[in-house]
Design a protein around this ligand. Structure first.
Ligand SMILES: Cc1ncc(COP(=O)(O)O)c(C=O)c1O
Length: 387
């Protein structure tokens, strides 16, 4: 019988406490979710600025629905590129100081498109070892050779780079999705420039949050288009809509439009989503108080977590991993937190390296300080009981 591996693989996942399933969100409001009839404080979402349920964004969606369409009905190169898309692109170009912006339906497809297209004639890709699956899969599906440098290890990257040897793409993340730490972007920019390599920065978790006005890692590090030729940002996290963009030079833009299969052969982002995303980006820019409150929440979480002896990392961002190690224990602590009314993601292999299972606590400006204190007490008790 064929496809026997399906049952075997699922059984192996179950045995190793790595089986996945969705949890149906029955309702959500103000930083809480209802699952299986119970309400939980949500410490798992990437809604870092609390925009997902904001009245302002709801209103923007209602307003946009009056004058635009829910579906684009075609690829951007056919009839799927509308003024709603153009307005969003123009806003981003001006906000980020880039020549052009290209929109995608997801960050996953944006990364795949950039990497596979620019490396379609071979060359080498040097990727941080902890790069997101969308980047690594893009690299594996390209014609280039993939080498991975130790996480945030500039010296290792420097040893791997051979100046002008062949077309080289370096890739890393502004804020790492599972660890919350930041890449040493300035050093990597310098190395890339010395080696004539292209640099791709995935700022999925920095965009909206970092920098004086939330423009992300490039604003925090003052990185021009020349320094950072390829910037990918997603709308599904701090911006609280969905889709993604790549900001780049006119020449790279033209190349992707002509050769990026994910762009050419896919229906473009919904124009309604483009309009709501633009409204959200304006809120991200204007509502500095959201970033200030997030910063306060991060500080409080870290102070309290350290004083309770939780195994937190050095992250100073909204992503705060609590290291546990074993998958079964991580699941048990997450279950305990749920029993106390907190929803926290249990991250296990292959999402994180084997043996480094963790709770991925994500903070938002929507959290109240008392909720954070209670969460930490619940995690401390759960860890004490389980480990
Ligand atoms: C670092 C990183 N890059 C890319 C993505 C993919 O973005 P999207 O969810 O828009 O597909 C994610 C999200 O899961 C991510 O964390």
């Amino acid at each position: 019988m064929s496809f026997q591996f399906i049952a075997a693989d699922l059984a192996a996942r179950t045995a190793r406490h790595l089986y996945r399933r969705q949890h149906l969100i029955e309702q959500s409001e103000a930083g809480r979710v209802k699952i299986d009839g119970h309400w939980y404080y949500n410490f798992s979402s990437n809604d870092y600025l609390g925009l997902a349920q904001s009245q302002a964004l709801r209103q923007a969606a209602c307003d946009a629905a009056q004058h635009t369409h829910s579906g684009s009905t075609a690829s951007p190169l056919v009839t799927g590129y509308t003024v709603s898309h153009q307005r969003l692109e123009d806003y981003l170009c001006q906000r980020l100081g880039r020549d052009r912006v290209l929109l995608f339906n997801s960050g996953f497809s944006a990364n795949q498109a950039v990497i596979q297209t620019l490396m379609r004639h071979g060359g080498q890709i040097l990727a941080d070892k902890l790069s997101h699956a969308s980047m690594l899969d893009g690299a594996l599906a390209s014609q280039a050779r993939l080498k991975r440098f130790a996480h945030n290890d500039v010296a290792h990257l420097s040893r791997l780079i051979q100046k002008d040897a062949e077309d080289t793409l370096i890739m890393t993340e502004g804020v790492f999705s599972m660890d919350g730490d930041k890449a040493p972007v300035q050093d990597i920019v310098e190395l890339a420039s010395e080696a004539n390599a292209l640099l791709l920065l995935d700022d999925a978790h920095g965009f909206g949050v970092l920098g004086q006005s939330g423009a992300g890692t490039i604003e925090a590090g003052k990185l021009s288009q020349l320094a950072l030729p390829l910037l990918m940002g997603t709308f599904g996290k701090a911006v609280a809509t969905s889709g993604a963009f790549v900001a780049l030079s006119t020449q790279l833009y033209e190349y992707l439009i002509n050769f990026a299969r994910h762009y050419i052969y896919s229906t473009s982002m919904s124009p309604l989503m483009a309009e709501v995303t633009l409204a959200s980006l304006k809120l991200v820019h204007k509502d500095q108080w959201r970033r200030d409150k997030l910063t306060e929440n991060i500080q409080l979480f870290r102070e309290q977590a350290i004083s309770e002896g939780l195994p937190v990392s050095f992250s100073d961002t909204a992503i705060q991993p609590v290291a546990i190690g074993r998958s079964d224990k991580t699941l048990k602590v997450a279950e305990y937190a749920r029993s106390q009314g907190f929803w926290v993601g249990a991250m296990r292999a292959p999402t994180v390296p084997e043996g480094s299972a963790r709770l991925r606590v994500t903070l938002s400006s929507i959290h109240e300080q008392d909720e954070i204190r209670q969460l930490i007490r619940a995690l401390a008790k759960g860890l004490k009981d389980v480990c």
